[in-house]
Design a protein around this ligand. Structure first.
Ligand code: ZN
Length: 91
C-alpha cells in the first residue's frame, strides 16, 4: 500500500523517509502540529457528540411535553398530522 506523506500545514509532499520534525516547505513542526490537530479533532468530535446527544434529549423531552399538551386537549399529535402530508414541501 502506497502512502503519500504530506505536510498537514502546507500540504507539501514529504518523502516517506523524511524523518525530520520540521516540514522542508513551510518549516512547521510536524510532530507537534499533528498532535495538536489530533487533540483538536478529538475535542471537536467529543463536543459534537455531546451536542448531538443533548439535541436528541431535548427533542425527546419536547416531544414528550407536546404529547402531554395534545393529549390534554384531545387533539392529534402534530407529528402524526405531519406524517400524513406528502413530503413535497421539503425543498
Ligand atoms: Zn509544510
Amino acid at each position: 500500500m502506497k502512502e503519500d506523506k504530506t505536510c498537514p500545514a502546507c500540504g507539501g509532499k514529504l518523502s516517506l523517509f523524511y524523518l525530520k520534525q520540521t516540514c522542508p516547505h513551510c518549516g512547521v513542526n510536524l510532530l507537534t502540529y499533528n498532535a495538536e490537530a489530533r487533540l483538536e479533532q478529538d475535542a471537536q468530535k467529543a463536543a459534537q457528540e455531546v451536542e448531538a446527544l443533548w439535541n436528541r434529549l431535548r427533542r425527546l423531552d419536547k416531544a414528550h411535553l407536546i404529547e402531554k399538551h395534545y393529549q390534554k386537549k384531545g387533539k392529534p399529535f402534530p407529528w402524526e398530522a405531519a406524517e400524513e402530508k406528502p413530503a413535497e414541501t421539503d425543498e
